[in-house]
Design a protein around this ligand. Structure first.
Ligand code: CDP
Length: 250
């Protein structure tokens, strides 16, 4: 939600109700998910989502570093989200900043509630997310990539975790904000869903909306997550050359 003069604000919604890139309010940006992209990692995935490009790699369960984080009754899930200096228009200062630390923490917490960590005591499951190109929604793209990478690594989980950001743009509730919508819109609400239980494992909000708008945003986000979920399962099926089970179950 940038603070800029009115003359700089682009027209975010056309009179026909179409967005800057021609999408309808409830439409996702194009998304491509590839599982098993990297050879060195135990599991990996690449996600191209609109103009976002995100790579995720998973290692483990393996020895815990640093050692003092080790837990006797379960695996620790360590997540490192990093945005490359060249990922944004204005060069970002390389290295750890507060934003990356916050995103790493909320993504690790989302996975803590789905991974069967008790099965691997005294180990670490390490999740690396590298954002190579950013255009809003990178924590969601990172979560989707990391979730597919965890499955690719064979880590037992309740379910995959699809994620998407919903927001309020020019007074309308919109699915999957792009950069200008995120910058100049009224609210941004990233969320992640466990489809099997319908439970949200990540929910953040920047900006303002009414309670009624929040309800509609959650409904729209859940619908978006379910679409992403189908794409995640398709990527894993393609990787392991599996055909869909009759009746639609994965
Ligand atoms: O990426 P996400 O929407 O999850 O997080 P954000 O902190 O709301 O950032 C929104 C967008 O701002 C990012 O996706 C980038 O496109 C951009 N950004 C940037 O240009 N420079 C930064 N240092 C951080 C973010």
């Amino acid at each position: 939600m940038g603070n800029v003069g009115a003359k700089d604000v682009p027209v975010l919604l056309s009179p026909e109700g179409l967005r800057l890139d021609g999408r309808r309010l409830d439409e996702l940006r194009p998304i491509r998910i590839e599982a098993g992209t990297l050879h060195q990692a135990d599991g990996s995935a690449f996600v191209e989502w609109g103009q976002n490009k995100v790579m995720a790699a998973v290692y483990g369960p393996r020895e815990v570093h640093p050692r003092h984080l080790q837990q006797n009754h379960k695996a620790v899930i360590q997540c490192k989200y990093n945005m490359a200096a060249f990922a944004v228009d204005e060069r970002k200062r390389p290295g750890l900043d507060r934003r990356s630390q916050e995103i790493s923490k909320v993504i690790a917490e989302a996975f803590e509630s789905v991974v069967f960590a008790e099965e691997f005591p005294r180990t670490s499951i390490d999740v690396y997310i590298e954002v190579l190109q950013a255009n809003a929604g990178t924590r969601c793209a990172g979560l989707v990539a990391a979730s597919v990478a965890l499955a690719d690594a064979g880590i037992p989980m309740v379910d995959l975790v699809p994620a998407v950001a919903v927001g309020k743009v020019a007074g309308q509730i919109c699915l999957d904000l792009k950069k200008e919508e995120d910058n100049f819109g009224e609210a941004d609400l990233p969320m992640a869903l466990v489809p099997q239980s319908g439970r949200l494992v990540l929910l953040q909000m920047e900006g303002h909306m009414t309670e009624e708008e929040l309800g509609r945003s959650l409904d729209l986000g859940v619908k978006g997550c379910r679409e992403i979920y189908d794409r995640m399962k398709a990527a894993l099926r393609e990787r392991y050359a599996l055909t869909p089970v009759a009746g639609g179950a994965a």
